[in-house]
Design a binder for this molecule. Structure first.
Ligand SMILES: Cc1cc2nc3c(=O)[nH]c(=O)nc-3n(C[C@H](O)[C@H](O)[C@H](O)COP(=O)(O)OP(=O)(O)OC[C@H]3O[C@@H](n4cnc5c(N)ncnc54)[C@H](O)[C@@H]3O)c2cc1C
Length: 465
């Protein structure tokens, strides 16, 4: 078994920033990520077969990513870096298990920083399993890393800033966006403008995206959601509807668009499998994506050996992820007695200040784009909710009528959440569906109990572990 002082899970903005600060403080760092290259979601790198001749075409995010990656390169020879390695379990005695080239590897850590990011939040609606329906993040990955367009006539439906970014990325790659159905509406412009004060980088990004959408002539339909995707073998048309403040379709306000692709992006779900498996305390916050680890000001969880930073603790964007990662890397190094508490506070202070200054804007943006109940009333009895186990809404409603009241009861009675994704995709929707049918707050339903392996692994790996 390998032993390390500080294990960092995830080489996205948060994990990279944590590694940089921890190495600078003198900690011995092991960094693990399932991707071939560091960068995470937003700074995801091209496969090595691609050559970038004009970096400007790839936008500001690419440039910012290059800056962080260059900072990481300067300390990389002091980091034990496991790429293409997936963490599938965490056990007592501070042990983590990795899947590395079909082999199992155990690592014992003194301190762990979880920086596992977030993933798309799929929403079940009639036709959402048709070929041609993508999650927004999936489509973005195609465009960003492979320069492949997801289709020819594309509808974006969802809420939040990713829609703006994705529309620009598709247009820049030569694609055709037919319309953007944006569910969120801005009721209080004054509050948004007030909260944006000082956030010049974010404002510049937003204006650039909005200008790109205007220039391409893409209709931006505010207060609209997708209610159905139709087609025989794949998407041929999409039905969108104008909605009220709870995102319930207004009668007679539907229309049909001829499209072959729908990219659906109603926000993200924090990746909490590891922190929940480690039995860290969690709380439910719908504004930030659901269940989140409870943390102190140094990003420490309720387990004194485990820290958590970035999107896996609530959706806050890459700049917040970097600052949280830096604080976690410094604090973990302080608890390893590499630097004094006074020095740790001095190093962490600039990040703390930046995080505090971005909070008001984040709050307003999350309030605008947080999914509302109408979205989870779109599925009909026949709609599949759990894709891995092919569980339809009818089967869920039946067990709820029979008396099931928690996420785990529905799981046991239907096999919902027991497939390949282990509930990563279906659990957030299931939580909202049960809450609506039972008229209970989502937080009272608990969460699906995570069990190792968190992701599919070959049987041989379990035998070795
Ligand atoms: C699909 C998607 C698209 C986005 N698009 C944009 C955008 O266009 N513009 C924008 O400003 N922001 C975007 N964001 C938000 C932005 O990417 C994040 O705020 C930022 O990347 C958060 O950084 P992070 O380090 O917390 O997580 P991430 O960047 O997600 O990094 C987490 C890393 O951990 C790895 N990981 C997770 N679990 C394991 C495991 N068990 N074993 C090994 N490795 C693991 C992941 O593969 C990933 O590399 C997007 C987010 C998502 C999820």
């Amino acid at each position: 078994m390998k032993e390390t002082e500080l294990l960092i899970l995830g080489a996205g903005p948060a994990g990279l920033a944590a590694a940089i600060e921890a190495v600078k403080a003198g900690s011995k760092v092991t960094l693990v990520d399932e991707n071939p290259f560091p960068g995470g979601q937003i700074y995801r790198q091209f496969d090595r077969g691609f050559k970038v001749s004009d970096a400007k075409v790839l936008g500001r995010d690419f440039g910012r990513g290059q800056k962080l990656l260059a900072e990481f390169e300067r300390v990389r020879d002091r980091v034990d870096y496991f790429s293409m390695s997936t963490v599938w379990g965490i056990f007592p005695n501070n042990e983590v298990t990795l899947l590395l080239q079909e082999q199992s590897q155990r690592i014992r850590f003194q301190k762990l920083i979880v920086a596992a990011g977030a993933y798309d939040r799929p929403v079940p609606f009639p036709g959402w399993t048709l070929p041609g329906v993508f999650t927004a993040g999936g489509a973005q990955r195609l465009v960003k890393t492979q320069r492949v367009l997801p289709g020819e006539k594309i509808l974006l439906a969802g809420s939040g800033p990713l829609q703006l970014a994705l529309a620009n990325q598709i247009v820049d790659a030569g694609g055709n966006v037919e319309a953007i159905a944006e569910a969120g509406t801005i009721e209080n412009w004054f509050r948004l403008i007030h909260a944006s004060r000082g956030q010049w980088q974010l404002i510049a990004d937003a204006l650039k995206y909005i200008w790109g959408i205007r220039r391409a002539g893409i209709p931006m339909l505010r207060g609209h959601i997708i209610v159905e995707a139709r087609g025989e073998q794949q998407v041929e048309e999409a039905v969108i509807a104008e909605v009220d403040e709870n995102w319930r379709p207004k009668p007679g306000r539907q229309r049909t668009l001829i499209v072959d692709t729908v990219c659906v992006g109603y926000g993200f779900t924090p990746s909490t499998g590891i922190t929940r498996l480690a039995k860290c305390e969690h709380q439910y916050d719908p504004l930030q994506g659901g269940w989140l680890p409870v943390r102190g000001k140094n990003m420490e969880t309720s387990n004194p050996d485990i820290y958590a930073a970035g999107d896996c603790t609530g959706i806050a964007g890459s700049m917040a992820a970097i600052d949280e990662g830096r604080i976690a890397g410094i604090a973990a190094s302080c608890s390893l007695e590499k630097i004094s508490p006074t020095e740790a506070d001095r190093r962490a202070e600039p990040s703390r200040q930046r995080l505090a200054s971005r909070k008001p804007l984040l709050q307003v943006l999350n309030e605008i784009s947080m999914p509302r109940p109408g979205l989870f009333e779109l599925a009909t009895d026949d709609t599949i909710v759990c894709r891995c186990e092919e569980i339809r809404l009818r089967e869920i409603s039946e067990v709820l009528l029979q008396g099931a009241v928690s996420m785990n009861e529905v799981k046991r009675l239907t096999r919902m959440g027991m497939g390949n994704c282990q509930g990563r995709m279906c659990a957030p929707a299931l939580q909202e569906i049960i809450a609506l049918q039972k008229k209970m707050p989502p937080a009272d339903l608990g969460s699906l109990t995570p069990r190792p392996p968190l992701c599919p692994v070959p049987l041989q790996v379990l035998q070795e572990s």
